[in-house]
Ligand binder design. Structure first.
Ligand code: NOJ
Length: 751
């Protein structure tokens, strides 16, 4: 360790930083970075690769040595490149000032935070947003999140999570875009562009982070942090493309993950991080480890100790160490011992400094620290309007027998039942660290703005009121107090809205479940209510697909509302009373039972797909193969008819598919028109169906619209096992329709 620097050196540092790389405005960022790099000691370089958690909020287990005194010491030495979980203009300014004024070179910190779905104004959980299939609304939602985050001093969000997942048991499905790669790619781009905008230096944009590279969404048995084990074709064709889409959209950072893939923990995987991400894709931002994932190479049995873990991760291309203290403690020694080449260190630091320059932090380290802006931007009314729009578009109508929905506002007796109906906290969902508790508009509050004929009964208690981001939610499984009152109310009402589901903190990181039914006594409550009143509307709130077989069989109307954030009640009320016609489509398959999981629409065919009189075909003896609700499924208050499918193959490089969609009903509505392909015979087995295009259209009653899609090599090709993109001749079946199971079918042949 070096002794503390004298004033003359500090002065020199100021001169160096603010005169050499900065005043020479005509220099490119690359030149500025190189000039600065030349001034840095090895320890200072390694310092840039070190990220510490702040001293307030925690989003992971804190290592013992991560105490505040050491962190302050390191900040002053310039041994910290970034902080996470430090928010608020005052806090950010304090730490930035410490580093800029007291460290030798005064290199500003970059402040990262999990801005997953909004900051103070909370948007729907990402899985819900994905259900909108509305890329403009999703982009706008990320812009709002960035605007508020930047206003509290944050420069960098750890979002979007672009992990594809087929397993509803995994709690983090709430944070992604669901099971489909194509949809996931479009959403990844929209969210990166929303966060980063066109100008990263502006005070309402922040750097984005595509995570978790790669395969984390395939955690075995849906248990968080578990090993992932899948083949090359799935890696290349399913898991990697959303990351590639984010890189193509110029995402500034990528986070690796906790999981092992093919025996290699991804944090220590140089094939993924160096060969694919940085070399093949040309990614020029930096890679951040996940929380302590470098240290976790030790329990994985991939490194003997923290020092070796630092060596492996740095050599593998992990540029910044989140809170494992591996780099700051051991990396300089590893370089001196010749175990890590200094060129790897220089490359990592160049990447990190470049992003800091791009954010404008060298021009003004306090550019995101404006107290006035902080006051004005949080909870701005435009932000509330934006997340309300996003929320109503995220709702999926799963069933509507006899057109029970929408409900008439003047219906004399409307019963609202269920603890979640009267909850201002749970609808904010998981991962909403910047928000204040209990700030969602509850369903009850929203509904009451539309009708004064509403009476509420809670039913039995479901969730522990102390539920928080750090702990599991305790569930009442036995106390039926409240059941009788709710049933009595249902009995005397014209219609019952019953709001049931998961608590917002039952999904998210570290929250895997083996049971996917309604928690606690909620199903019993629903059954008792249904016995006395058949006009029951089930309003679901959940962060993942649930198993709802009895519910889907019996309850006439079901709305999937996920967790919709700050504007939850207002959005649901607009749909329930018909001011907004629901248009969402499921981004993940809903299973009938947990035993079917992982269940997803774009699976490969087995060799025995067809029912046989005997047992020797691919099926269950106690369950159907089909899901309860398929991917892409969602109804509207109107209906749409599909006709006139045309396939024009005159240009082999651009096959045109056209379909006519007609609104058959009496009210305006939006439809997500979906195009699926199936490459019938190929050198690698292709999925039975793959989404390759979608368009969300709005149709007036009785109006028709022609919808066109183009199929080019990009849509028709795939990656072979050598990671080469190939387009093969042969026959393709196509389907254009309203969900992954229903549509007009055709085919064409590529020669
Ligand atoms: C661990 C999570 O896996 C990651 O997604 C998150 O960004 C970090 N913790 C920081 O909170």
């Amino acid at each position: 360790m070096k002794p503390r620097l004298k004033h003359s050196l500090v002065f020199l540092a100021y001169f160096a930083l603010y005169s050499i790389p900065n005043m020479a405005q005509n220099k490119t960022i690359t030149q500025k970075v190189d000039s600065l790099l030349n001034l840095m000691t090895l320890e200072e370089k390694v310092g840039q690769m070190n990220q510490y958690n702040g001293f307030w909020d925690v989003t992971g287990p804190v290592p013992e040595e991560g105490n505040a005194a050491i962190k302050y010491e390191h900040l002053k030495k310039g041994w910290v490149g970034s902080m996470l979980n430090v928010t608020g203009v005052e806090n950010v300014r304090k730490l930035q000032k410490l580093v800029v004024e007291e460290s030798r070179l005064g290199i500003p910190l970059i402040f990262g935070f999990d801005v997953i779905h909004g900051y103070k104004t909370v948007a729907p959980i990402p899985l819900a947003e994905a259900a909108s299939w509305d890329l403009d609304a999703i982009k706008r939602s990320a812009q709002i999140a960035a605007d508020e985050a930047a206003a509290v001093g944050i420069n960098w969000t750890f979002a979007p999570m672009v992990d594809i997942s087929r397993d509803a048991r995994w709690g983090r499905v709430m944070e992604g875009a669901g099971e489909d790669t194509y949809l996931g790619m479009q959403i990844a781009k929209a969210r990166v562009k929303g966060f980063q905008g066109d100008d990263l230096t502006s005070n309402n944009t922040i750097a984005a982070c595509a995570k978790h590279f790669a395969g984390y969404g395939f955690a075995e048995a849906g248990r968080d942090y578990n090993t992932a084990d899948f083949g090359t074709s799935t890696l290349f064709n399913t898991v990697l493309p959303p990351f590639k889409a984010a890189v193509d959209a110029d995402v500034k950072t990528v986070m690796n993950g906790f999981n092992v893939l093919n025996g290699v923990p991804v944090t220590g995987d140089s094939y993924l991080q160096r060969d694919i991400l940085k070399e093949k894709w040309g990614f020029d931002g930096f890679v951040i480890s996940d929380w302590a994932s470098i240290g976790e190479l030790v329990p994985h049995g991939f490194a003997e100790n923290l020092a070796q873990a630092a060596e492996i991760a740095a050599n593998a291309g992990s540029d910044m160490d989140m809170e494992a203290t591996a780099y700051v403690t051991h990396l300089a020694d590893k370089v001196k011992a010749g175990k890590v080449s200094e060129s790897h260190i220089d490359d990592a630091v160049r990447r990190i400094l470049t992003v800091k320059y791009e954010l404008g932090l060298f021009d003004d380290p306090y550019r995101y620290c404006n107290a006035q802006r902080e006051k004005e931007r949080l909870n701005h009314k435009e932000h509330h309007a934006g997340v309300l729009d996003m929320a109503k578009k995220s709702i999926v109508l799963l069933k509507n027998e006899g057109n029970l929905l929408p409900i008439k506002k003047n219906q004399p007796k409307i019963a609202v039942i269920g603890e979640l109906a009267n909850d201002n906290n749970s609808p904010l969902g998981s991962w909403r660290l910047g928000s204040d508790n209990n700030t969602a508009v509850s369903v009850l509050e929203g509904l009451k703005k539309f009708s004064s004929n509403i009476t509420y009964a809670r039913g039995p208690k479901v969730f522990d009121p102390e539920a928080s981001f750090l702990n599991h939610v305790k569930i009442n499984e036995s106390d039926e107090t409240g059941m009788d009152e709710a049933v009595a109310l249902a009995k005397e009402s014209d219609v019952v809205l019953i709001v049931l589901g998961e608590h917002g903190f039952q999904s998210g990181e570290g929250r895997s479940r083996t049971k996917l039914g309604l928690p606690g006594l909620q199903l019993k409550l629903l059954q008792e209510v249904y016995k006395v009143n058949k006009n029951a509307v089930l309003v679901l709130m959940n962060g993942r697909p649930l198993t709802l077989e009895w519910e889907a069989e019996n309850i006439p109307a079901i709305l999937e509302t996920w967790q919709l954030g700050t504007q939850t009640g207002n959005a649901i009320a607009q749909v329930v009373f018909g001011d907004y016609n629901p248009s969402g489509k499921l981004p993940m398959t809903f299973p009938r039972s947990v035993g079917q999981v992982p269940i997803y629409y774009n699976h490969n065919s087995t060799g025995r797909p067809n029912p046989q009189p005997n047992v020797f075909w691919s099926h269950y003896s106690d369950e159907k193969n089909e899901p309860l609700f398929p991917f892409g499924y969602g109804l509207s208050y109107t209906t749409f008819a599909y006709s006139d499918l045309k396939i024009d193959t005159s240009d082999k490089n651009n096959i045109k598919v056209e379909v006519t969609v007609t609104n058959m009903g009496e009210r305006e509505g939006e439809e997500v028109v979906q195009l699926y392909i199936h490459d019938k015979v190929a050198s690698i087995v292709r999925p039975v169906k793959e989404l390759k295009g979608f368009q969300k259209i709005n149709l007036a009653p009785k109006a028709s619209q022609k919808v066109q899609f183009n199929l080019t090599d990009k849509e028709l090709g795939f990656y072979n096992n050598a990671y080469e993109f190939v387009v093969e001749s042969g026959t393709f079946d196509i389907m254009v329709g309203t969900n992954s199971q229903l549509g007009l079918q055709g085919s064409f042949t590529l020669n």
